[in-house]
Structure formats: structure tokens, C-alpha cells
Unconditional design. Structure first.
Length: 338
């Protein structure tokens, strides 16, 4: 278990941010944890990513992120803004000061007996940081960027949903409903993990980072002097199963749901495993907003989806009948947050 005791100022400063760099980290760990066939909805993406790592040698330095479970946080710094680009995060990585590296490394390894993969960050800091950043960029471009528009739309919807809960009900309600392996018993936030660690956050900021590639794995960063960052599984990972990078169906087998309701409406139903706006669905599925609106109107009339207003936005979600359709004829939406 990782237990983080949060004082009132830290809890009151709870915020949410997305992170392409943390998506890179968790995607590589996901591949490492599943050396054989990857479970749905990551199956098609994982086959593509493994080909990238095998065939694109420029991606090799990115694998340093998973070289050791005891990796200092400077390798994947906390997001510098609520929605940074990968370029912004890599710029922060490249500019990591020597004193930050010197401060963090002793928390994980004996400075006099560093593992070989970590030593260059001390002996030739700038070259090592640039090599790592270039490898991450190459991996991102080939393995994640084709899916990123759909992922970003899903993450935007996740942030909207969580921010609404935070504003309406406060951080207690948000943390209590974050993930089945995250437990909130004031003042302690517990992450259910094999390792044992306790930490007290005093006068800091709690940053929550939803990740498509988490697949239930939880990460915690405590090295930053002002921020405690905790990642969790975002809803919406189904976007990885909808299409391959060239927008063709990832599964060549018969799609029973599409046979019943049509391919476009089947895509919309599956994407509504988590609430979404018309614009979010259009970006996720690569469809015109007018086409998505037409599908939603038909699904609303059939009683398989509902619409709810959230501030200025209208979110669509599955009715029990829609959930049953997707569960019986497609993938179970509950597995998205597993």
C-alpha cells in the first residue's frame, strides 16, 4: 500500500491535469507487464507498438523509463500545466537541473553504486537527457500520436467530468470515487499496490493525472517540492479499440453490434462507455459532428442513450438498454476502467 496523508491546504488545492509524457511511461509499462497478448481494448495498439519498438531503433532510449522500478521522478516530471503538449513536457525534461538529479537519485539508489542505465544522467547530464527525450519523441510519433486525437478527446471529457465533481461536491467526493483501488479515508489517500510506502504531504498541491494507458495501475510522484501527483485509470480507453491508425476497424472479425444498428451507431454506443459531448465523440471517432448528431438522435429515440446538461455542455451516456447492447454484442464497457 502507498499511504499519503494529506493536510487540509494540500487537499484544498486538488487539481487535475493530463500528461502525454505520463501516457508514454504507462504505455511502456503496460507492454512490459503483458509480454504476450494484450487484453482488450489495448490488443491492436499493443501489436502496433511492439512493431514500432522492434523496427524503429530511434525509440530504444525510451525504454529507459521502465529499466528499473526504482526510477527517480525527474525522468517523468509532473505536468507543467493542466494540459501540456508532449513538446512542453520534453522541454522540461531536457532542462532538468543537475541539482534536481543530485537530490533525487539518493532516494532510490546509492550514488556510489549507480546502475549503468542511470549513471549517464550524472556523468553527462545534458546528453543523457536529450537522448532520452529524443527516444520518447520517436516512440510517441510512431506508437501513440496516431491515436492521440481520440485519446485527447476522451481525456478532455474525463477532466470535465472530474472537474465538475470537484466543483460541485469538493475533493472528498472526488477522491472517494476516483478508482476502485484508490481509497480515501480522511486524511489518508491509499493506493492499493504491492509495495509499502507512507508519505505526509504538508502545504503542497495534490495533482490527479488521468491516463488512458494506466489499465488500473496507479503511479505516485512525491519528489516535487510543491506537488504530489497521483495517476489513475481514465475512462474512455475503448478509443484504442475503435480504430487502427489508418482509421480502419481494429478487429477484422464480424461486428455483431454493427450488423444490428449500423457501424456508425455501433461506434457511438461503444464510445459512450463514458459520458461524452457531440464534439468529443466526433474527435474520438473521426466522424463529422453532424453525423454524430444524427446517430445520437436515432439512439435517443430508441431509448438506448440519454443526455444530461453539465454547465454549458451536454453529455450523452448509455441507458441500461444501451449498456446491455454493448455488453451482449460488443465489449463490456466496465472493462474500460478495469
Amino acid at each position: 500500500m502507498i499511504r499519503i496523508e494529506l493536510d487540509e491546504p494540500t487537499l484544498a488545492r486538488t487539481r487535475i491535469a493530463t500528461s502525454p509524457l505520463w501516457e508514454v511511461l504507462t504505455s511502456l509499462y503496460l507492454l512490459k507487464r503483458n509480454p504476450e497478448e494484450m487484453p482488450w481494448p489495448y490488443t491492436g495498439w499493443a501489436r502496433h507498438a511492439r512493431r514500432v519498438l522492434t523496427e524503429v531503433p530511434e525509440t530504444a532510449p525510451a525504454l529507459l523509463l521502465t529499466a528499473d522500478s526504482r526510477a527517480p521522478d525527474f525522468l517523468t516530471p509532473v505536468p507543467p500545466s493542466p494540459a501540456p503538449t508532449l513538446a512542453e513536457e520534453l522541454a522540461a525534461l531536457r532542462a532538468t537541473p543537475a541539482e534536481v538529479i543530485a537530490e533525487q537519485i539518493p532516494r532510490y539508489h546509492d550514488p556510489d553504486d549507480l546502475p549503468g542505465w542511470l549513471r549517464p544522467f550524472v556523468t553527462d547530464r545534458l546528453a543523457a537527457l536529450h537522448r532520452l527525450a529524443d527516444g520518447i519523441q520517436a516512440y510517441w510519433d510512431a506508437a501513440i500520436a496516431p491515436w492521440w486525437p481520440a485519446m485527447r478527446a476522451a481525456l478532455d471529457e474525463e477532466v470535465l467530468h472530474r472537474a465538475r465533481a470537484l466543483a460541485a461536491d469538493g475533493p472528498d467526493a472526488l477522491l472517494a470515487d476516483l478508482h476502485k483501488r484508490v481509497r480515501w479515508e480522511r486524511p489518508t489517500l491509499t493506493l492499493v499496490k504491492p509495495l509499502e510506502h507512507s508519505f505526509r504531504a504538508v502545504d503542497k498541491r495534490l495533482l490527479l493525472i488521468p491516463l488512458i494507458f494506466s489499465r488500473g495501475a496507479l503511479a505516485c510522484s512525491t519528489d516535487h517540492p510543491e506537488i504530489v501527483a497521483v495517476s489513475y485509470q481514465a475512462r474512455g480507453a475503448a478509443v484504442l479499440a475503435e480504430t487502427t491508425p489508418d482509421r480502419r476497424p481494429a478487429d477484422d472479425g464480424p461486428d455483431r453490434l454493427a450488423v444490428l444498428v449500423g457501424r456508425g451507431r455501433a461506434q457511438v454506443l461503444r464510445a459512450l462507455a463514458r459520458p461524452a459531448t457531440t464534439a468529443g465523440l466526433a474527435a474520438t471517432l473521426g466522424l463529422a459532428p453532424s453525423t454524430v448528431s444524427e446517430h445520437l438522435a436515432a439512439l435517443l429515440a430508441a431509448g438506448v442513450v440519454h443526455r444530461r446538461r453539465a454547465g454549458r455542455r451536454v453529455l450523452y451516456g448509455l441507458e441500461p438498454a444501451g449498456l446491455a447492447l454493448v455488453t451482449l454484442l460488443g465489449a463490456d464497457p466496465a472493462t474500460v476502467s478495469a
